[in-house]
Design a protein around this ligand. Structure first.
Ligand SMILES: *Cc1c(COP(=O)(O)O)cnc(C)c1O
Length: 431
């Protein structure tokens, strides 16, 4: 058995002073019935916990560390920035450089505003969409995550799904009534609502490829269909690419699927591991943002020089090395093929969804295309699987509803190790 005693002790101390012992819920391992590991440091594809155990990891800080940990280029950029002070609260040339670079990598973004998290980006984007369209309601989809802004913590209403209800105490009914929650990958239901109520709908926001109910792909024509519906009904289309931006390609999911949103939200990779988010899109819309327009949005630490330097180093590298995406996909595919062949050998028919460097093994035989099908997984079995894999030195996402991320630090030897562990763990669990 691996010695986790320092993590165990740290967690019990943490629970005295931090709600649930963590600063973001999924880190607590609640969904998998375990004890979180407290991390000391990381290098490449390895996480090291405070007991000195090492794990091959597939979380990448929930996305940002696409080049693995301790990438020397990013480290150097940060160190250099720190030497020039940590924050000014005044504009820097670096902010202009990174804005220019992002606009060139993601052409639907003509102007961009930097914020400090993905949550801030999506909150600001829907405020802007409302300001621009003079309409109040937004449509979002079940199973998509857009951060913890009030407007997004809304569950589907019963019946006609025209009225949402709060998904968390503290979110008011009056906020909930402006969010319509619909099933993902179903164009007809979107069309039905738009035909009925497009006069009151400002925007549709979605993850163009979902990472937050596990990895779920848009069905053929879905994104294109949403684009057409939005055009027809005068509704803005917002792609939340906080996860997929710079991960699925240099230009994100929108480049991969060839569909152009009106607004895009970014985060995670854009900060290279520092806290950064951004939203951007058509000039005409973005020019409504304060101080050029009346839609207010601000941030004391927005465009922080250290964060911008980390992001710049990351994005420059991805921009100059587009072959990274092919190699990430090849690594991910080989892992998926290995696991699929394990499943065949074990007579299991579980679903694997994968695209680019995103990957999910769902403990269900149903195709997973929306939240309803994602819910059909055997969560109990997943929890056991997660903990056994951890004992094998492999750190997967501690929830069936999270996608795995492959970084450029994952080698073929590591893939072989993961595939072998997957087989022995599954075989022992199913005995
Ligand atoms: C992570 C995530 C967010 C929230 O970003 P934070 O930086 O955690 O606030 C929003 N949207 C998507 C698609 C995400 O994956």
């Amino acid at each position: 058995m691996i010695d986790k005693s320092k993590s165990v002790k740290c967690f019990s101390e943490a629970q005295k002073f931090i709600p649930g012992g963590v600063n973001s819920p999924v880190r607590a391992f609640k969904a998998v019935g375990g004890q979180p590991l407290f991390i000391d440091s990381a290098d490449g594809a390895y996480l090291r916990d405070i007991d000195g155990n090492e794990y091959i990891e597939f979380i990448n800080s929930w996305g940002p560390m696409i080049l693995g940990h301790k990438n020397p280029m990013i480290q150097e950029a940060v160190i250099k920035a720190v030497q020039g002070s940590l924050s000014f609260g005044a504009p820097t040339a670096r902010e202009v450089e990174i804005a220019e670079l992002i606009c060139s990598m993601v052409p639907s973004i003509e102007k961009i505003r930097m914020v400090n998290s993905g949550t801030e980006a999506t909150m600001s984007a829907i405020r802007l969409a409302r300001g621009y369209t003079n309409k109040d309601k937004i449509i979002k989809f079940e199973g998509c995550y857009h951060g913890h802004g009030d407007s997004f913590l809304i569950a589907a209403g019963s019946g006609a799904a025209t009225m949402g209800h709060p998904d968390s105490p503290g979110v008011t009914e009056s906020v909930a009534k402006d969010t319509i929650t619909l099933p993902y990958n179903d164009l007809e239901v979107v069309e039905g609502i738009l035909v009925e109520a497009s006069d009151s709908i400002a925007a549709i926001i979605l993850e163009p490829v979902v990472g937050n109910m596990g990895c779920v792909l848009p069905v053929n024509g879905y994104l294109q269909g949403l684009r057409e519906l939005c055009d027809k009904h005068n509704v803005l289309l917002i792609f939340d690419e906080v996860m997929t931006g710079f991960r699925l390609s240099r230009g994100g999911a929108q480049e991969l699927f060839g569909v152009t949103p009106d607004l895009t939200t970014l985060g995670k990779i854009i900060g290279g591991g520092m806290p950064v988010g951004a939203y951007g899109g058509k000039k005409e819309i973005m020019d409504l943002v304060s101080p050029s327009g009346p839609v207010y949005q601000a941030g004391t630490l927005s465009g922080n020089p250290v964060a911008m330097s980390a992001g710049m180093a990351m994005l420059n590298h991805l921009n100059e090395n587009p072959d990274i995406y092919e190699s990430l996909e090849a690594t991910t595919k080989s892992m998926a093929e290995g696991i699929r062949s394990n499943l065949n050998d074990l007579d299991l028919n579980y679903t694997i969804n994968t695209i680019g460097s995103m990957f999910s093994l769902f403990f269900t035989e149903k195709p997973v295309v929306d939240f309803e099908s994602a819910k059909s997984c055997d969560f109990d079995l997943f929890g056991k699987y997660f903990n056994e894999m951890l004992n094998e030195g492999i750190y997967l996402a501690p929830s069936q509803y999270e996608s795995l991320f492959v970084s450029t630090s994952i080698t073929t030897d590591m893939v072989d190790k993961v595939v072998a562990a997957n087989k022995s763990v599954l075989a022992s669990l199913l005995k």
